[in-house]
Design a protein around this ligand. Structure first.
Ligand code: ZN
Length: 281
């Protein structure tokens, strides 16, 4: 039986028969891939721990008729710190869920995405930085690799440069921010603050499709910084300052809500890990 090797992270699992597991892997070499871990649910089986979600393994697989079979498995990384922090673990599971949903579109970028995913899991596990901010950065990187990164600098309706005084909302259909004029030209009914948590600074429009989400200048700034990456965010936040000001924390939460709604719009479904997250923060 021909064999091949992969370096991969487990992003999904489900049970097969009485003792086996099917694992959804995201590998450096092939992107999204499914394989069978035989005996993974038997007590004391050598592969059982390695078959858990979020583990990174070096694998040898045998080509199977329908699914390939894992024949050797060497663990490289477990992100052990994640298992002690439910909020951070939930964000990491959200990364895994995003990978399952969008991973097919990342086949050409598998090496780059695999490295980014492992780095982001490591940061979520070990960094003291706000997990919501880390998540926001990760979401922007993913959307960039998928070629659906939102436009934050120019209005997606008229291409006018966006400023604090003219930016109004994020439009899911057009994939970016719209100016005041375009927003009103679209004649979407707006605005309800019902159900929005205190401190959040964006409000969903009442069009039922969640096509527009209002964005304030502070939330916009948060999105722009997350889009640029971590070095700039680190520069922005004084390291001697133990906590971010409350307004910035609120802006991060609001910026994540905007990205979450855009991602769910693109996925065409609600992200399951986020249901748990909503109850934690
Ligand atoms: Zn416009």
């Amino acid at each position: 039986m021909p064999t091949f090797s992969l370096t991969a992270i487990n992003v999904g699992t489900f049970n097969l028969g009485e003792a086996d597991k099917i694992i959804t892997l995201f590998s450096r070499e092939k992107g999204l891939h499914r394989a069978v871990a035989k005996g993974a649910r038997k007590p004391g089986a050598r592969i059982s721990g390695k078959a858990e979600l979020l583990n990174v393994n070096r694998l040898l697989l045998a080509k199977g008729k329908n699914l390939d079979i894992i024949t050797q498995c060497e663990n490289i990384e477990t992100f052990a710190n994640l298992r002690h922090d439910l909020t951070r673990l939930t964000y990491a599971l959200y990364y895994a869920e995003l990978t399952q949903i969008f991973g097919q579109g990342l086949a050409e970028e598998s090496e780059r995405y695999f490295d980014k995913l492992c780095l982001s899991m490591g940061l979520m596990a070990a960094s003291g930085r706000d997990p919501a901010l880390l998540c926001l950065e990760f979401e922007f990187s993913l959307l960039d690799m998928l070629g659906i990164k939102p436009e934050l600098n120019f209005c997606v309706g008229c291409r006018a440069p966006l400023t604090e005084s003219n930016l109004t909302a994020f439009n899911h259909e057009l994939g970016g921010l719209v100016c005041h004029t375009c927003f009103h030209r679209m004649r979407r009914p707006a605005v309800s603050t019902d159900g929005v948590k205190e401190g959040a600074e964006c409000y969903e429009a009442m069009d039922g499709q969640r096509t527009n989400v209002y964005v304030t200048p502070l939330v916009w700034k948060r999105m722009v910084l997350a889009n640029i990456g971590s070095e700039q965010i680190d520069m922005e936040i004084n390291p001697e300052q133990p906590k971010e000001p409350r307004a910035l924390v609120g802006a991060t939460v609001a910026a994540r809500r905007v990205m979450q709604s855009y991602i769910e719009y693109k996925a065409g479904k609600r992200m399951r890990a986020l249901d748990l997250l909503a109850n934690l923060i």
